[in-house]
Design a protein around this ligand. Structure first.
Ligand code: ADP
Ligand code: TYD
Length: 214
């Protein structure tokens, strides 16, 4: 919630490395909110609007060297701007709660820390494309990178440009997400993603109730 984009609904994001369980938990959280009779939209990045989905294909398929970190950051933010303007902002304005599987912290962690573009560079693009708008609550899914990668190795799809990155990259990524959480304690909660699905979901619901349904 910000001064720039007043809204009635709440904006919740799930962040973390590949295979950390974000989509599984996002689906369960949306189910829970709907059970509480809260109108809820479940979306994801990159994507979440027609133009943003086209950009998703550009970014995630093809040769790992297809884009450099700068080009990639601009594409993620072009996609994010489209997602905000056409999907997220209208939903929040209408009072719908929005759960997004990834949002801006992913660009900071992957491109800023993982690809070592640096925090300041990514923040500049963020300020230009998004301004002061931010999630009401962000869950950061934390686990050793090797474990997440193990969970995703069975996947058969062609959106695997990022899954080809090495373990050093994933180590920087994890530290990046933890750093983001440390710097934004009002918005971010770190979740131990190595636990059972049910116990993680219970924790998310408890935190969500305490923070957003006082
Ligand atoms: P992400 O969206 O973060 O990439 P997913 O929710 O798609 O992660 O989960 C990746 C894989 O791991 C899936 O096969 C999913 O069923 C499995 N999985 C999700 N959460 C857990 C968990 N807590 N423990 C074990 N396996 C899990
Ligand atoms: P996603 O499909 O959510 O992958 P996963 O289910 O494995 O988490 O996201 C695709 C990839 O794009 C993922 O490896 C993270 C990466 N990504 C970035 O590098 N920067 C970003 O800003 C976003 C949103 C995603």
């Amino acid at each position: 919630m910000t001064k720039e984009q007043p809204h009635g609904g709440k904006f919740i994001t799930l962040e973390g490395g590949d295979g950390s369980g974000k989509s599984t938990q996002a689906r369960l959280l949306a189910e829970y909110l709907r059970q509480q009779s809260i109108e809820t939209l479940l979306t994801r990045e990159p994507g979440g609007a027609p133009g943003a989905d086209e950009i998703r294909q550009l970014i995630l398929t093809g040769d790992p060297d297809r884009w450099d970190a700068v080009g990639e950051t601009l594409l993620f933010y072009a996609s994010r701007r489209n997602h905000l303007r056409l999907t997220i902002w209208p939903a929040l304005k209408a009072g719908t709660w929005v759960i997004s599987d990834r949002f801006a912290d992913s660009t900071m962690a992957y491109q800023g820390y993982g690809n070592q573009l640096g925090e300041a560079a990514v923040q500049r693009v963020h300020d230009f494309a998004v301004g002061a708008f931010k999630p009401d609550l962000t869950f950061i899914f934390d686990m050793p990178p090797a474990e997440g990668l193990r969970r995703t190795t069975g996947r058969t799809h062609n959106e695997d440009r990022f899954e080809k990155m090495d373990l050093a990259f994933h180590g920087r990524l994890r530290e990046g997400f933890l750093d983001i959480a440390r710097k934004n304690p009002d918005r971010c909660v770190v979740i131990d993603a190595t636990r059972e699905i049910e116990s993680i979901q219970e924790e998310l619901r408890r935190i969500l109730k305490a923070r957003l349904m006082p």
